[in-house]
Design a protein around this ligand. Structure first.
Ligand SMILES: [Zn+2]
Length: 308
């Protein structure tokens, strides 16, 4: 299938085709003795993911684990559907996200407040998962991939308070979710992802430092794909955060309202990303995944909390 890329080490990248777009949301299949899916994509992506797994030989009874880096709908919106398709799979998530997967109504209500009618076309509805199928992770945890191989989780808040990073013991791959930002393989651009309501600069920087300390061989971005230049990329993740926070802080101290702050930050960061000055479609990809408005709103929300 044209949405599957073999990455080596029995790892397959699956384009989950959020809202029909190619190349913006990735899930990963670790095809070990106990196959594990990392990130489901949205609810509307679930049939795409199921078909991809089937073509890799993973049938309804073959998937051992589904794990999500965090419960935002572009990562975990399909958990309920995937759990139904693969009835023996255990669902693994940080403990701060677990109850939302079992009872998604509050999460869906707040998502609808943010996205309005766009929610249905972008994400669809997160279906509930039976609580007894959910394994909640603490600060660390391990997923058994079979044959001595494990996927080790590390609590990594900052982007979201229910975010983890996951390291594959066999390959040294680190699944970064959104904690290191959003990476565009077409241009090599990296932008921070700082949405409300959880964004916190200090914990976000701590999580990036933790990722560096884990010494991974490769980063696997949910948006989008593998990156081999680990140290350089994580340093850039931290720098991007500081740039966006500094500019937003400046806009705030000048008394700008949200719209003006967003326009200012977007303008002042534009030349950092070739995607923003490349073709319109690539710029749109960035804005869809992590709009400047969402980033600036998240930073302002954090600033209001730490320095009212
Ligand atoms: Zn995301």
């Amino acid at each position: 299938m044209d949405n599957i890329t073999a990455l080596g080490g029995d790892v397959y990248e699956i384009d989950t085709r959020m809202a029909g777009y190619a190349g913006i949301t990735a899930g990963y299949l670790i095809l070990s003795d106990r196959p594990c899916l990392v990130e489901t994509g949205t609810s509307t992506s679930a049939p795409v993911v199921r078909d991809a797994l089937a073509s890799l030989g993973v049938g309804p009874d073959d998937l051992a684990t589904v794990v999500v880096t965090h419960i935002h709908l572009d990562h975990a919106g399909g958990v309920g559907d995937i759990a139904r398709f693969f009835s023996s799979a255990q669902v693994v998530v940080h403990e701060k996200g677990a109850r939302h997967l079992a009872e998604p109504s509050r999460l869906m209500a707040s998502a609808r407040m943010v996205w309005g009618d766009k929610l249905d076309t972008l994400f669809g509805e997160l279906a509930p998962t039976e609580a007894e199928r959910i394994l909640a992770l603490g600060d660390t945890g391990a997923i058994d991939l079979g044959n001595g191989r494990t996927l080790n989780s590390h609590y990594a808040p900052g982007h979201a308070k229910h975010h983890v990073g996951l390291v594959d013991s066999a390959t040294g791959d680190l699944y970064v979710g959104d904690a290191a930002g959003v990476y565009l393989p077409e241009t090599g651009d990296l932008r921070p992802a700082t949405p409300p309501p959880d964004f916190d600069l200090k914990t976000a920087l701590d999580s990036i430092a933790l990722f560096e300390a884990l010494g991974p061989q490769r980063l696997l971005f949910s948006h989008y794909g593998p990156v081999e230049a680990v140290e350089e990329t994580l340093e850039r993740s931290a720098e991007e955060l500081r740039v966006w926070v500094d500019l937003t802080q400046q806009a705030r101290s000048e008394g700008m309202d949200l719209d003006h702050a967003v326009a200012m930050v977007r303008d002042r960061t534009k030349e950092r990303y070739s995607a923003m000055t490349a073709d319109e479609a690539t710029a749109e990809q960035f804005e869809l995944l992590n709009g400047a408005a969402s980033n600036v709103a998240g930073i302002l929300h954090w600033l209001d909390r730490v320095s009212p």
